[in-house]
Design a protein around this ligand. Structure first.
Ligand SMILES: Nc1ncnc2c1ncn2[C@@H]1O[C@H](COP(=O)(O)OP(=O)(O)O)[C@@H](O)[C@H]1O
Ligand SMILES: [Mg+2]
Length: 143
């Protein structure tokens, strides 16, 4: 299943994330792909809100922490692979453990782990169209 949505503000992107977040269940993996400033963290804030995490808990600026954990009814593992260059560095993080847990993983720069992503992950590509417009493509694999 695939849908493409255009948003015109950060708030609209967060609302889209919130709607998606309400549909997620334990064990889901969300792979976010898009350039710096495209809106991956913004969307993550909405997703977290949809899962029931207070918006203020979610990091809002580029983080120097690779994995942030938000504890709600379902824990969220917010992972940012921006600073990792090699597949070996990423492998060392042992993300499999998080992806196979009963939490929900949201991964920024997910393309950096390529074939390490589960087949069942929800892939989201975000593209910058203009200052306030983003094109967001959401792909759910059939499972
Ligand atoms: N429609 C939109 N959706 C998401 N972010 C937007 C939008 N329009 C403008 N922005 C701005 O783009 C930036 C996105 O930043 P961020 O979410 O941190 O990007 P990333 O995590 O992909 O590097 C924010 O400054 C946000 O205010
Ligand atoms: Mg980010």
């Amino acid at each position: 299943m695939e849908k493409i949505v255009s948003t015109e503000s950060p708030e609209e992107t967060q609302t889209l994330g919130e709607e998606l977040g309400r549909t997620l269940k334990a064990g889901d993996v969300v792979a976010l792909i898009g350039d710096l400033g495209s809106g991956k963290t913004c969307l993550t804030q909405g997703i977290a809100r949809g899962i029931g995490i207070a918006p203020g808990e979610v990091v809002s600026s580029p983080s120097y922490i690779l994995i942030n954990e938000y504890d709600g009814e379902i824990p969220i593992y917010h992972i940012d692979l921006y600073r990792l260059e090699t597949f070996a560095e990423i492998a060392e993080l042992g993300l499999g453990e998080y992806m196979n847990s009963d939490g929900i993983c949201i991964i920024e720069w997910a393309e950096r782990m390529a074939e390490g992503l589960p087949d069942t992950c929800i892939k989201i590509h975000i593209a910058w169209e203009d200052e306030n417009t983003r094109s967001i493509k959401i792909q759910h694999s059939l499972s």
